[in-house]
Design a protein around this ligand. Structure first.
Ligand SMILES: [Zn+2]
Length: 396
């Protein structure tokens, strides 16, 4: 019954492995009402009460007074002894999605809406009792993949395309010339989120391997692939260091292309080249820094679809765990045989406990397949379920 919370993971080098799981799974784990009422001290709430909780109407506004009463309710919830944290993205508010249509994501006219969306996101995160929050990636322009390079003058829009099972594609920018520089670094998002948050903030960044797909198949005149990789690695290092220096709870490298790489090249050659590229950067960090760096893998998520769910985790995880990071977040909810994957993880690493949301809720800005209300309801279930699982396991 408690396998999901019991599995991951600390490996032989002391690295944690976050085990992501679905809210449904956590709810299924919720034990008796007796445990609920004991854990959620100060009240005799039943399990059903816990999962009926919804944000107050005022939560749609970040105004402190409007959310205080709900936060007081949440204050009676015990912080789960098993660590739990989000992955990153939260669906944007409808008004922000509408404003992004036909506009460049960097348009200053969006600033006020962005700020309101970030404030509201963190307020709603607070209301879930989540001990770690994110800014929901409200300001990552169009998506988690291209935020750092969006608007660069030396790019064209017809870059690498990811096909999703539902039939649509998402495209990366194509580099048209050197030198390669980020246009923005994720620590700027962290600055804003930390001003709003009352608990630690996690920051996701895009992997060097994903951005390496910007370089075209044919070598660019006057700017070699090696020069590009050198520049890319330096830019990524700069971004991660800035996030660490500013106190990010964890810097999570989004590596959704890992599983996709196996689909493109079943020999594993592309995957290993991606991991080697990412390890080039990670080698520049000390052990203490790497404990706060993680990697997230999943089958890709967009509009209720995926790009590589048909790839067996057995073809990814042994190589993935060769990445020199302190934390692994592995999406599991969509797996047809989660127990098998968990056993695979257990054979590769040693158990340590952690839960996450399975994946970002809307990594692309225009994804309306999940509402904000549903996303936060699932986060509340993750937090509550993790506390119940902590109690069941006698942790803490
Ligand atoms: Zn994901």
């Amino acid at each position: 019954m408690i396998a999901i919370a019991a599995v991951p993971i600390r490996d032989r080098n002391g690295r944690d492995c976050a085990n992501s799981t679905s809210a449904d799974e956590l709810i299924d784990l919720a034990p008796s009402n007796e445990i609920c009422s004991r854990r959620y001290r100060g009240s005799a709430r039943t399990r059903a009460d816990l999962f009926r909780w919804q944000p107050l109407p005022g939560v749609s506004s970040p105004k402190h007074s409007r959310r205080l009463s709900f936060r007081n309710e949440v204050a009676s919830i015990a912080i789960p002894a098993i660590p739990t944290e989000p992955i990153g993205s939260i669906p944007r508010p409808p008004e922000l999605i509408a404003a992004l249509v036909g506009r460049d994501g960097a348009d200053p006219a969006l600033d006020a809406l962005d700020d309101e969306a970030i404030g509201d996101t963190i307020a709603q995160f607070d209301a879930t009792g989540s001990p770690v929050v994110t800014d929901g990636e409200q300001r990552k322009y169009h998506n988690f993949w291209t935020y750092s390079v969006h608007g660069l003058p030396n790019t064209a829009p017809d870059g690498f395309a990811i096909p999703f099972a539902a039939g649509h594609t998402r495209r990366m920018s194509r580099l048209t010339g050197g030198p390669f520089r980020y246009r923005r670094y994720a620590d700027a998002y962290l600055d804003v989120a930390q001003r709003c948050a009352t608990v630690p903030v996690k920051q996701a960044v895009i992997s060097p391997s994903a951005l390496s797909l910007m370089y075209p198949a044919d070598e660019l005149p006057g700017y070699t692939r090696k020069q590009f990789i050198d520049d890319l690695i330096r830019e990524h290092e700069t971004e991660v260091r800035a996030c660490l220096r500013k106190g990010a709870h964890q810097v999570q490298i989004d590596f959704t292309e890992g599983r996709l790489a196996v689909k493109i090249d079943p020999s594993g050659g592309l995957l290993h080249s991606f991991i080697d590229r990412n390890n080039l950067v990670l080698a520049r960090f000390g052990e203490d820094d790497r404990k706060r760096i993680g990697v997230h893998t999943c089958p890709g998520g967009d509009c209720d679809s995926t790009h590589s769910a048909d790839v067996d985790y057995a073809d990814l995880l042994p190589a993935l765990f060769g990445m020199n990071v302190g934390n692994f977040s592995v999406a599991l909810a969509g797996e047809p045989d989660r127990v098998r994957v968990l056993e695979l993880i257990r054979n590769l690493l040693q158990p340590h406990q952690r839960t996450t949301d399975d994946c970002g809720f809307a990594p692309f800005c225009d994804d309306t397949s999940t509402s904000r209300g549903t996303a936060f309801a699932m986060i509340r279930s993750r937090v509550s379920g993790t506390a119940l699982a902590s109690d069941s396991l006698g942790v803490g």
